[in-house]
Design a protein around this ligand. Structure first.
Ligand SMILES: Nc1ncnc2c1ncn2[C@@H]1O[C@H](COP(=O)(O)OP(=O)(O)OP(=O)(O)O)[C@@H](O)[C@H]1O
Ligand SMILES: [Mg+2]
Length: 277
């Protein structure tokens, strides 16, 4: 279904520019609404993520977790509200009169460069070898020199333990290996923010630990900011400093993994955790 254009918002109506307040979350959802027709998926959603923070999103199926990541990846447009990244509106541009208007394709392409996403189903380019899968976007989107992109791709394949598969096609790789390539591909863009949407759900159980260990290493050894949707609660505990519990398009509660998993405030969180743990 086509998404309706977001209305113009006067800058005075929007939240204060995070830079101006001296507090600078890297990501800020300000009363973000997402509707499909009459169905309100996100309902004036507010939350922030600090630079370098690793945040896990949990909540029942249909609560809007993937929608949040797709909005951040600019694969979807907000129906209302503003998403701020690094003090600038991701979803909007400022007009000379100071109003915010929905961003056009060109600006969205720019915004997308800051953000990488790894999907449940890998989504590798099936007709390209592993190396090309990783160099494609740096060369064609960032305009990186081909040799530089290949050097970087080799380093990343080393990082994800797949140096030997540089000339393989995705169909010749296991699910776990494909997901490692997808992680390398996302990192090749040097994103500030890495979005992970149930990245181990489609993997055979014995392949899950390897991918989660890799993500823990990336979280510990880089300064990348991570937003991660997962049902792997041990991974969430290991990797994240903050857990956000969603229901019906709103944050029910947030806190450290320790707090949310062992002493949640809300009945809805207790019910959800009882069902998944
Ligand atoms: N393109 C679309 N058109 C219409 N409705 C949509 C669309 N995408 C998502 N929705 C609806 O938005 C709601 C939230 O979906 P979303 O995929 O964000 O949920 P989720 O929390 O990721 O669920 P899950 O845990 O099952 O992945 C669902 O009710 C879904 O049906
Ligand atoms: Mg989802």
């Amino acid at each position: 279904m086509a998404t309706e254009p977001a209305p113009l918002r006067k800058i005075a109506d929007a939240a204060p520019d995070p830079l101006a307040t001296g507090v600078e979350p890297l990501v800020r959802f300000d009363k973000v609404v997402k509707r499909y027709g009459d169905h309100v998926v996100l309902d004036e959603l507010d939350f922030t993520v600090r630079r370098g923070e690793h945040v896990t999103l949990i909540g029942p199926s249909g609560s809007g977790k993937t929608t949040i990541l797709r909005l951040l990846m600019t694969l979807e447009k907000v129906s209302d509200g503003v998403i701020w990244v690094d003090g600038s509106p991701l979803s909007h541009v400022r007009t000379p009169s100071g109003a915010l208007k929905p961003a056009g394709e060109k600006q969205l392409r720019e915004s997308r460069k800051k953000i990488g996403m790894v999907f449940q189903q890998f989504n590798l380019f099936p007709n390209m070898k592993v190396l090309q899968n990783i160099t494609e976007a740096p060369v064609n989107v960032l305009g990186m020199d081909k040799d530089e992109a290949e050097t970087r791709a080799r380093e990343l394949l080393d990082l994800v333990g797949l140096s030997g598969k540089i000339d393989a096609h995705p169909s010749q790789l296991s699910g776990g290996q494909q997901q490692r390539v997808a992680i390398a591909r996302a990192l090749a863009m040097r994103p500030e923010i890495l979005l992970l949407d149930e990245v181990t759900s489609a993997l055979d159980p014995e392949l899950v630990a390897g991918v989660l260990d890799l993500l823990c290493d990336i979280a510990r050894n880089t300064n990348i900011t991570m937003l991660c949707v997962t049902h792997e609660m041990n991974f969430a505990r290991d990797v994240s400093e903050k857990v956000l519990m969603f229901d019906a398009g709103r944050v029910v509660e947030s806190g450290s993994p320790e707090k949310i998993f062992t002493d949640p405030e809300h009945e809805r969180t207790r019910e959800f955790l009882n069902a998944v743990l």
